[in-house]
Design a protein around this ligand. Structure first.
Ligand code: ZN
Ligand code: ZN
Ligand code: ZN
Length: 307
């Protein structure tokens, strides 16, 4: 009975998203294919021009392509309804994908850093003219992709847009690096660029891993103002205080909470339902989609109540 609000909330959300859903899915699929073919082309170009910077970026783009595929697939899985195997539904599958990709990228970037340092110590000649041409292609291809995604409204489209932007910046660095290497004897520029790319990947992967691990470890969501939530709960008429509050996140966007509510013993039990409803309505404002409430009066002793 008490969950009526949760469901109506879901329906409103699903409705708003449905208009963009098919185009978002199409754009992501398109971005995946583009990224995959481009990274194969890039890897071959990197080997041919003997540029570790371009090989590193090819690796980065492989990572991007598989992230896209994962995001796309797990997004689908995560919308599966609750069944007897998963009482909380499949939302967490989307963060599982993010964790796997971050770990893979971290391991890969450590190898890239080792390779770059080796190159620093014994520099090798790279074909600067080929690097220059590859960089032009890189800027153009990523520019087209960015242009196509710039009107995307979904969260994943925006993330992908940022990725393409970041890729363009990388290519612009390669472009200038190749010009320097063409005119001057500066072979160390190539491993320097590669080192920069590897550190950038590692930095992002670390940030993502940290966020995802917080969710897996059931931390209180960082975006949620716990104090404000409690204040609002305790302002409900008839509520004396709340305790044993547990808030955690399913996938970073949708949260779950449970709490004990101490209410006036003079209050008639037929008022309980209205109080629970108010508690749930406040929780929904904080993106808490599932709230479990235990009601207590000051006549009973609760071991979980802090002094
Ligand atoms: Zn990227
Ligand atoms: Zn790239
Ligand atoms: Zn209690």
């Amino acid at each position: 009975m008490g969950h009526g609000h949760d469901h109506s909330n879901h329906k409103i959300k699903d409705h708003n998203h449905s208009h963009h859903h098919s185009s978002a899915s199409k754009n992501l699929a398109w971005a995946f294919v583009l990224n995959l073919f481009f990274s194969i082309f890039e890897l071959l170009g990197g080997i041919y021009s003997n540029s570790i910077a371009i090989i590193s970026d090819a690796f980065h783009d492989f990572g991007d392509a598989f992230s896209l595929a994962f995001v796309w697939y797990l997004q689908k899985v995560s919308t599966k309804p609750i069944d007897r195997h998963f009482d909380y539904g499949y939302k967490r599958f989307s963060i599982l994908g993010a964790l796997i990709i971050s770990v893979l990228l971290s391991v890969g970037s450590v190898f890239m850093i080792i390779e770059s340092v080796k190159r620093f110590l014994s520099p090798a000649e790279s074909k600067a003219d080929v690097m220059f041409l590859l960089a032009i292609v890189g800027v153009v291809v990523n520019g087209i992709a960015m242009f196509r995604l710039q009107h995307g409204s979904s969260f994943s489209e925006k993330a992908v847009f940022l990725h393409f932007l970041e890729d363009i910046l990388g290519w612009i660095a390669v472009l200038f690096g190749s010009i320097l290497m063409y005119f001057w004897e500066v072979p160390w520029i190539d491993p320097l660029l590669s080192l920069g790319i590897a550190i950038w990947i590692l930095y992002n992967a670390y940030g993502n891993t940290k966020q995802v691990m917080r969710i897996f470890l059931q931390a209180v969501p960082v975006t949620l103002d716990r104090k404000d939530l409690i204040v609002q709960w305790e302002q409900i008429k008839g509520v004396k205080s709340v305790h044993d509050i547990k808030i955690w996140s399913l996938d970073g966007n949708q949260h779950v909470a449970s709490l004990h509510v101490l209410i006036d013993k003079k209050l008639k039990p037929n008022r309980y339902q209205s109080i629970k409803e108010q508690i749930r309505n406040i929780a929904i404002k904080f993106a808490i989609v599932h709230t479990t409430i235990e009601i207590e009066t000051d006549e009973e002793i609760c071991n979980l109540q802090l002094p």
